[in-house]
Ligand binder design. Structure first.
Ligand SMILES: Nc1ncnc2c1ncn2[C@@H]1O[C@H](COP(=O)(O)OP(=O)(O)OP(=O)(O)O)[C@@H](O)[C@H]1O
Ligand SMILES: [Mg+2]
Length: 509
C-alpha cells in the first residue's frame, strides 16, 4: 500500500453527538495533507484518535498497510506518530525542558536521562525558529505563542514518521508561520507524512497538495488543492444548501464603506504607559464608525495595550476619555461598567471550562449584577440561545460544560456573549483565531455592523492580512510604542512590515 496512513470508517460518539461518522483519511509518506471542515466537524476528534487520546467506537487505522490499535498516547508515539494538539498538551507547572521530552526521554545505556542530548535537540529546533525561550522557564510563564512553539518543537523533536498538526498556526505570528512551513516542507522531503488542520485557506494552498474535507464527522471527499477553488471547498464543508444561505459576498463584505455612524462618542488615549513599561506613552483616538487596528511584529505590546485598557494590566500613567468622560479603569469590572468589553482569542483567558455553556454566556450580564439579585436560569437560557444563534455555535445542551465544545465553538461563545451588552468600545484581541471561514465572515459582518452603529473598535489580529482588510486605520507598534499610524484604504502588508522594521533594524529581534 502506498499510503503511509489509512483511516477507514472511523466513528466516535459523545452522548448524542456523532463527532466522527465513518471518517476516512489517506496520507502517503512525504505528503502534506490538509484536514478541513467547519467548527465541530470532527477534525480534532480524528487527530485525537490517531494520537491515542480518543478511542474510536468503530473503524480501522492502518500504518504502512498494517492495521494498528492505538490505545494510548504512548502507543501513538511508539508507532511513530507525533501530535501538535489544538489545545496544548503541555504541563503548565513543568519547565520547557521537562515538557519537551516528557514521555520520550532519550536514554543513555544505563538508563539515565541524557540532559545534554535533550538540550542540544531543543536548542537546534528553537534556533531554527529564531526564538529564545529559556529551557528552564515554566510553561505557565510563557505567552500563548511561545507555548505554541514549544508544543511544535516538542512534536518535531520526536522525529516522527507521521506528524499531526491541529491548527498549529492559530497562535503564531506571521513571521514564525513562514519558518514553520519551511520546516514542515523539509520534513516532508525527508518522507515524513504530515496531516495539517487549519482554518486559514491561504495556508492550505501554500502548503498542501491534497485535502480531505469533513462535514458532521463524515469525509465528504478528497481534493487536489491546486485544482480546486476555495468556494468549492467551502461548499463541501458546509453542504450546498448552507452555502447558498450563509456564505458568499465575502470579498464585498470587507468594503470599508460605512454609513454615517449613529453614535458620536469618541475614545481617546493619551500617553498611556502600562504593564511596567511594556506599553509606553501610547496615544491615539478612535472616532465613531472607525475600526482602529494595532499591528506590527509579534509581541510589541499590542495585546498588552488592549489588556491594559480593560484593566487587566496596571496602568502607570496616561488618561483615557470616552466621550466627555475621563475613565479610571483598574479592573475589568470597571471597564464593563463603562461600556468597554474585551474579546480574547485566547480561550483559556476568557472561558470557565468546567462551567456550563449557559453560565459562560451569562458572565457578561452578571458582571455588574448586584450580589443580592437571584439568577434567573430561564432568562439566562434564552439569552444563551440568542447568542448561540447569532454565530451558529454547534452544541448539544446549554447545560454541558464548555470544554465539550470544539475549539472554534468555544471561541464563538467568547465573542457572542459580549455582543448582547451594547458595548461602547470593544477591545478585540485576535477574535477569529480558530474559527471556520463561515464564522469568520459572520464575525466580520458583526464587526462592521457594530462599527456602523457607532461602537468603537480597537482590533488586534495575528494575521496581518485580516487586520488590514478590517481596520480603517492602523497603529504599528514596536517595543511598546506606536511608531507609525497608517491611514486610509491602501494599507499593504509591506507597509506594515516596513514600519515595523524601520525602527527595529538595528536590534537583534
Ligand atoms: N470529550 C467530548 N465530549 C463531548 N463532546 C465532544 C467531546 N469532544 C468533542 N466533542 C464534540 O464533538 C464534535 C466534534 O468536535 P471536534 O473538536 O472534533 O471538532 P473540530 O472539527 O476540531 O472543530 P474546531 O474547528 O472548532 O476545532 C463537536 O460537536 C464537539 O462538541
Ligand atoms: Mg478542533
Amino acid at each position: 500500500m502506498s499510503n503511509y496512513l489509512q483511516v477507514e470508517g472511523l466513528s466516535k460518539r459523545f452522548g448524542q453527538v456523532k463527532a466522527l461518522d465513518n471518517a476516512e483519511l489517506e496520507c502517503s509518506s512525504g505528503e502534506i495533507h490538509a484536514l478541513l471542515g467547519a467548527n465541530g466537524s470532527g477534525k480534532s476528534t480524528l487527530i485525537k484518535s490517531l494520537a491515542g487520546i480518543v478511542v474510536p467506537d468503530q473503524g480501522d487505522i492502518y500504518l504502512r498497510g498494517e492495521k494498528v490499535s492505538i490505545g494510548s498516547p504512548q502507543e501513538s508515539l511508539a508507532a511513530g506518530i507525533a501530535t501538535v494538539h489544538q489545545d496544548f498538551s503541555l504541563v503548565p507547572q513543568l519547565t520547557v525542558k521537562e515538557n519537551l521530552f516528557l514521555g520520550a526521554e532519550p536514554l543513555r545505556k544505563l538508563g539515565f536521562i541524557d540532559f545534554g542530548e535533550i538540550k542540544k535537540k531543543a536548542d537546534r529546533l528553537f534556533n531554527s525558529f529564531q526564538v529564545e525561550i529559556p529551557l528552564g522557564a515554566k510553561i505557565a510563564d510563557l505567552s500563548v505563542s511561545q507555548r505554541q512553539l514549544v508544543e511544535i518543537v516538542k512534536a518535531f523533536s520526536r522525529d516522527p514518521d507521521l506528524l499531526l498538526l491541529d491548527e498549529p498556526t492559530a497562535s503564531l505570528p506571521s513571521e514564525r508561520v513562514k519558518i514553520l512551513f519551511d520546516t514542515i516542507r523539509e520534513l516532508a522531503n525527508r518522507e515524513m507524512a504530515v496531516v495539517f488542520v487549519s482554518h486559514r485557506y491561504g495556508e492550505v494552498q501554500d502548503l498542501c497538495e491534497k485535502a480531505t474535507i469533513l462535514r458532521n464527522g463524515y469525509s465528504v471527499g478528497e481534493v487536489q488543492v491546486a485544482e480546486t477553488s476555495k468556494d468549492k471547498v467551502v461548499s463541501m464543508m458546509l453542504g450546498e444548501e448552507a452555502t447558498k444561505k450563509n456564505y458568499g459576498d465575502s470579498e464585498k463584505q470587507s468594503s470599508k464603506a460605512k454609513s454615517e455612524a449613529k453614535s458620536s462618542l469618541s475614545f481617546r488615549a493619551e500617553n498611556v504607559t502600562a504593564a511596567a513599561g511594556n506599553v509606553e506613552k501610547v496615544s491615539f483616538s478612535i472616532s465613531p464608525g472607525e475600526v482602529l487596528g494595532v499591528g506590527g511584529l509579534q509581541g510589541q505590546g499590542q495585546e498588552t495595550l488592549l489588556r491594559a485598557l480593560y484593566g487587566l494590566e496596571p496602568t502607570i500613567e496616561g488618561t483615557c476619555t470616552l466621550g466627555k468622560e475621563t475613565l479610571h479603569i483598574r479592573s475589568p469590572r470597571e471597564a464593563i461598567r463603562n461600556g468597554i468589553v474585551y474579546i480574547s482569542g485566547d480561550r483559556d483567558e476568557g472561558l470557565l471550562h468546567s462551567r456550563t455553556i449557559r453560565e459562560n454566556i451569562s458572565i457578561a450580564n452578571n458582571a455588574n449584577r448586584p450580589l443580592w439579585e437571584l439568577i434567573d436560569v430561564d432568562q439566562e437560557r434564552q439569552l444563551a440561545k440568542k447568542v448561540i444563534e447569532k454565530l451558529d455555535a454547534v452544541y448539544e445542551s446549554l447545560e454541558d460544560p464548555a470544554w465539550q465544545l470544539s475549539g472554534g465553538n468555544r471561541q464563538k461563545l467568547l465573542i457572542g456573549r459580549w455582543l448582547i451588552k451594547d458595548p461602547k468600545l470593544i477591545l478585540m484581541n485576535d477574535p477569529t483565531k480558530g474559527v471556520d471561514v463561515q464564522t469568520k465572515e459572520k464575525i466580520y459582518d458583526l464587526l462592521y455592523s457594530l462599527a456602523n452603529d457607532g461602537v468603537l473598535i480597537l482590533l488586534f489580529s495575528s494575521e496581518t492580512k485580516e487586520l488590514i482588510s478590517l481596520a480603517d486605520n492602523l497603529l504599528v507598534m514596536y517595543e511598546g510604542k506606536v511608531v507609525e499610524k497608517l491611514e486610509g484604504e491602501n494599507i499593504t502588508e509591506e507597509m506594515v512590515l516596513s514600519a515595523s522594521l524601520n525602527t527595529g533594524n538595528n536590534k537583534n529581534d
